[in-house]
Design a protein around this ligand. Structure first.
Ligand SMILES: Nc1ncnc2c1ncn2[C@@H]1O[C@H](COP(=O)(O)OP(=O)(O)OP(=O)(O)O)[C@@H](O)[C@H]1O
Ligand SMILES: [Mg+2]
Length: 295
């Protein structure tokens, strides 16, 4: 595998700054990170504010927002552009710290941690999925999935086994040698999802994961999210502008002007597996399902 800028960018995107792991461990003590206190509230945000300062201008992106999310919940965050959704995700994902207020991730107060400690927690606990997939070009699906493990120093054999398992989880075991440009958009997003899963995180954060996908592939991604939250107890938070997509979550939060506007259970929640049965299969799948001889 080549180690270039693209690789570094993807690893940064995957939230892996493991080179600071050792330092974080010494400062925090390994037991704090590796065996977090048992709590059902995976995410506990208490009166969090975030102020961005650009020159003389201050932007109040979050204004005293409080929020609690339990283990295994599947939450959709909606709200107008600029309302603070990505800022909230960045704080939840330990990419950024609050200006004011407290944030406890699995019972551990992270609001006062150093950048190195944040990086360590992020690498172990959080998987990120982005609208634009952020896969490394000219690097096979399985190598993309292996990246976070490579940076965590996991030996090659183990890396391969776990990456394969993650690709199986998203239904792409037969495409592990494909390069990103040999995969459909939905398949690329599933590789990105496998990469987010490979470190066994407790939280998956997805900022507009279906923004670049068509209807069927969006529902396929939702099917994986629903399965992961139900079968593996993963806590999943997605940001979306589409009410149709939010309807697959179990809880819908509307953010406005840096505050929570509403927070309610999803009524008439959609089942992605059922919806998929009603949608025509995608062209990428057709190649497998319908041999030319039968046409
Ligand atoms: N790094 C930054 N520096 C300065 N201001 C920022 C920064 N990031 C976000 N902001 C500002 O904070 C506010 C909230 O931005 P945020 O990205 O959280 O909105 P959003 O709800 O995700 O919007 P969108 O739906 O367009 O993605 C906006 O006014 C934005 O301009
Ligand atoms: Mg945003």
């Amino acid at each position: 595998m080549e180690f270039g800028l693209e690789l570094a960018a993807a690893v940064a995107a995957a939230g892996s700054e493991v080179w600071s792991t050792t330092m974080a461990k010494t400062q925090l003590g390994p037991s704090t990170i590796e065996a977090p206190p048992r709590t059902d509230n995976v995410i506990q945000i208490e009166r969090v504010s975030k102020v961005y300062q650009t020159g003389d201008i201050q932007v109040h992106a979050l204004r005293g927002l409080s929020l609690t999310i339990r283990r295994g919940e599947f939450v959709a965050v909606m709200g107008p552009s600029g309302s603070g959704k990505s800022t909230l995700m960045n704080i939840v994902g330990c990419l950024d710290r609050p200006t004011k207020g407290r944030y406890l991730l699995e019972g551990v107060d992270i609001s006062t941690m150093s950048k190195a400690q944040l990086a360590d927690i992020r690498n172990k606990r959080v998987g990120f999925v982005f609208q634009s997939f952020n896969l490394v070009p000219r690097t096979s699906a399985i190598e993309n999935v292996e990246l976070p493990l490579l940076y965590a120093g996991v030996p090659a054999g183990e890396r391969h086994k776990r990456a394969r398992g993650a690709l199986e989880e998203v239904g792409l075991a037969d495409r592990e040698r494909n390069m990103p440009n040999q995969l459909s958009g939905g398949q690329q997003q599933r590789v990105a999802l496998a990469r987010a899963l490979v470190n066994n995180p407790s939280i998956i954060l997805a900022d507009e994961p279906t923004g670049a996908l068509d209807t069927r592939t969006s529902v396929e991604v939702m099917e994986i999210f629903q399965r992961l939250s139900r079968e593996h107890g993963l806590t999943i938070i997605i940001v979306t502008h589409e009410p149709d997509i939010a309807a697959y979550a179990e809880r819908m939060i509307h953010v406005r002007d840096g505050r929570i506007d509403s927070d309610e259970p999803v009524r008439e929640r959609k089942e992605a597996a059922e919806v998929l049965l009603t949608l025509p299969s995608s062209s990428a799948d057709k190649d497998d399902d319908e041999p030319l001889g039968n046409l």
